[in-house]
Design a protein around this ligand. Structure first.
Ligand code: NAD
Length: 250
């Protein structure tokens, strides 16, 4: 039987990509999964698409009001929480001269502020013990043109994981992060307003920069999150698991 069987799991940004694949994988392994999405429509689409039986709640990480409503919303599903996969995030890649204050603020609000305060709101539901996994990125470990604000937001996420791991260890809560390299998801089409040809060009360009000569898959990420939530990662604290086809190290 899987270590996830019967576990209560919240996944932010579970409507698409890495979060959605993890929601499906964890549900298959017997976990009780609730996903968050920024709109009811995105949640309805995800639940309709899935073969698995999980639930969803609206929490737009740009809104502190939504974040503060998380515990009450979650209490409608769970009496306590075992695992929080804090995965929601966005990316805007722009050279220095084209980056705008709005794009910069949106990334910081979702990837840093929304991340931090969503953890603050759900941790009290982890009674006795719990696991938090944050989706960071290899972006802060490698200088890449056009990625400065995104890399800064993920560097902040990485720093939050280290500090909170030290802060929460006494409460039996273990926090680590998954640091992916490029993974094929809709994050790229969102960057180019849904233009699939341009999104594919970004994916192709990124693939050529990966020593493994391909981008990662969401299923690979879900397996890594499973590991981070399980007994194999019990001795891992404030740390990161990198899945990037060698991009950061080689
Ligand atoms: P995706 O665009 O497919 O999914 C992102 C998820 O975040 C969606 O469910 C979306 O609804 C949610 N989200 C976006 N804005 C939100 C908001 N304001 N409030 C609540 N939820 C919101 O992207 P993905 O590639 O699956 O990204 C998941 C995470 O992985 C992100 O944190 C991203 O930065 C990180 N990441 C992705 C890659 C990659 O190459 N795809 C690489 C490294 C890190």
């Amino acid at each position: 039987m899987s270590h996830l069987n019967g576990k209560n799991v919240l996944i932010s940004g579970g409507t698409k990509g890495i979060g959605f694949a993890t929601a499906e994988h964890f549900s298959k392994l017997g976990a009780n999964v609730v996903i968050t999405g920024s709109s009811q429509q995105s949640i309805d689409q995800a639940l309709e698409k899935s073969q698995q039986d999980f639930s969803g709640l609206v929490c737009d990480l740009k809104s502190m009001q939504h974040i503060h409503a998380l515990p009450e919303q979650l209490a409608a599903h769970f009496s306590h929480l075992d695992i929080f996969f804090a995965n929601a995030g966005i990316a805007h890649f722009q050279p220095l001269e084209h980056m705008t204050e709005d794009l910069f603020d949106e990334m910081m609000n979702i990837n840093v502020k929304g991340l931090y305060f969503s953890i603050q709101q759900v941790v009290p539901m982890m009674t006795g013990s719990g696991v938090v996994v944050v989706t960071a990125s290899i972006a802060p470990r490698k200088g890449q043109p056009g990625m400065a604000p995104y890399a800064a937001s993920k560097g902040a996420a990485r720093a939050i994981v280290r500090s909170l791991a030290a802060e929460l260890v006494e409460r039996g809560i273990r926090i680590n992060c998954l640091s992916p390299g490029p993974v094929h998801t809709e994050i790229f089409s969102r960057m180019v307003d849904g233009d699939e040809q341009k999104a594919q060009e970004i994916v192709d360009r990124l693939s050529s920069t990966v020593p493994a000569k391909r981008v990662g898959t969401v299923e690979e990420m879900a397996l890594a999150v499973e590991f981070l939530c399980g007994p194999g990662a019990d001795y891992m604290l404030g740390s990161e698991l990198t899945l990037d086809g060698g991009k950061a190290e080689l």
